[in-house]
Ligand binder design. Sequence first.
Ligand code: GLA
Length: 295
Amino acid sequence: MSRVSSAPGRVNLLGEHVDHQQGTVLPVAIHLRTTVRYTPGEAWEISSEGHERGGSWERYVRAVIGEAGEAAEPGRLEISSAVPEGAGLASSAALEVAVAGALLPDLPSLEVARLCRRAENERVGVPCGLMDQVAAACAIARHAVVLDCASETFFHLPLPEMEMLLFDTGVRRALGDTAYADRVREASTPGTPAARHVAEERARVDRAITCLDRGDSKGLGDLMYECHASLRDLYRCSFDEADTLVERLAVTPGVLGARLVGAGWGGSVLALVERATRLHGGAVVVSDDGLTVQE
Ligand code: GLA
């Protein structure tokens, strides 16, 4: 008997590069998902639609299988994903969580997230925090996950009236090939620009939670611009295409806020916009009326 499991990509409202420093983050699931069909069998047989065997995607699958250990029975894993890779939307976590969900259907969602993070940290070698895996395993529609990475506890807060548009810069990167690990080290060293980003971003997250409580989408938008400037100047993970896009969005009617989303060094810009605002090149990823359209 086959089992099907799926998990979404994410954007993050605020709290970029604070999860690995035990801060609080505010990810939101998007409608793009990765789906895995698992059929028990004699041996592992892994395939991903549109991907060559042995590509880097397979390392994440093998890492989850390894981390699951004896709890996972061999079988066929057929993967298909609508989450673009290297676009800052946490495609690896969606893949990990979808695989773990298919293999270990009885494991509680937070445990699935923890297992997948361990797999990525220890078996893929990326020192990521817990944000992406919790977003993929525990998010609910039109809510931010308020995840405290120190206590590893979370709750959901409804989003205010607004929509989220995603602009793909077209610049691609794989986390392992970026300065991600270097910056994680810098961020843990007091007095460095990266550590300053983390301290200020943590304060922004507190303010963002107040905005969510009050339904203040304009306030949230302002914090996003501040976050982008800090990612550019202090954390140094932005790039020209993202900076230019954010500058242009900042002077566009209907836009409440915009910033680079995800790890950086490539990927997408997220814009918060007034309801029903449509902008050239922007894909709706979280819509106020609950639609899950992509244009
Ligand atoms: C990547 C990592 C996350 C987080 C973000 C930046 O997505 O996987 O753990 O650190 O970058 O906020």
